[in-house]
Design a protein around this ligand. Sequence first.
Ligand code: AHN
Ligand code: ZN
Length: 337
Amino acid sequence: MKNNMKCLAILLLSSMSLNSCDSTDKTESNEKARVEEEAATVQAPAFNADSAYYFVERQVAFGPRVPNTAEHYKAGEWLIETLRSYGAEVQVQSFQAKAFDSKMLNLRNIIATINPGAAKRVVLAAHWDTRPFADKDDQNQDKPIQGANDGGSGVGVLLEIARTLHTAEQKPGIGIDIILFDGEDYGQPDESDFPYQNDTWCLGSQYWSKNKHVPNYKAQYGILLDMVGAENAKFAREGTSMQYAPNIVDKVWRAGNKIGYSDYFKYTKAPAITDDHFYVNTVGGIRMIDIIEYNMGAADGDFFGPYHHRHTDTMEIISPNTLKAVGQTVLHVLYNE
Ligand code: AHN
Ligand code: ZN
């Protein structure tokens, strides 16, 4: 008994001294964020991973969503209709953009407004087009990929968020805008016969950043989802996000870790990636982070996974668990604003 008491006292003392060490190490903003996090008690509705998975399947079933094809057009119509069916106000931005190969692409950004009256807004984004070639594959490089992960997964999660918000009894206090960017993945391949050009990726977000769907549109911040469906995916804290919106990265990573997804939201760093959020930050003037699969130690530099821009980017590599980790984390963030 006496011994037990001694142990308890030592335990208490050591945990107290650890705590005091911790708090002196923390910066003021970290401390503030921690206090805010503790106060956050709002439980978000459950994100249905099977439904999100089905939304990825539906997109893949159209075939590759390559600009200027019938499959792309039909998938776009389905996305518009689906978002409208969840009560969102949907605007379509139709425009043309010149690709690296001089083709004029007919593109559409699809923008869904949820809770239009709210002044405080968060924007969620993903790209809905898929890459016209499989330039990392060693077969059929000139054939388009299915893009289950690259394109399909981010959109699948966002459709499920739209559906969840529509059916939820309790709604978040903020307004939410979902933007499905077109023409993200038509970028110039590394080995290309055309002379190198700048800014060939992310054509839809480049257009939107210069031509907002609402004049003077503002959001508190944005979250981009790109390649968020592969089994065992890891999300690293990416350079462009850390440069422009480090506190949003902190907020989202903390949320993911808090609600049980520490296997996915890793406190490792990824270099700056040119993705839609780059243009939203630098041209659009809205802070946006990217949740994107990034494997630091990947063999052969396959940082985006061994299926990236290959014909193996199919439903077979998609896991409902990964979709859930991302979708539930984003919902948690939205409900705790
Ligand atoms: C580049 O590879 C230049 N950017 C990564 C963004 C990307 C491609 N997302 C999907 N496909
Ligand atoms: Zn891609």
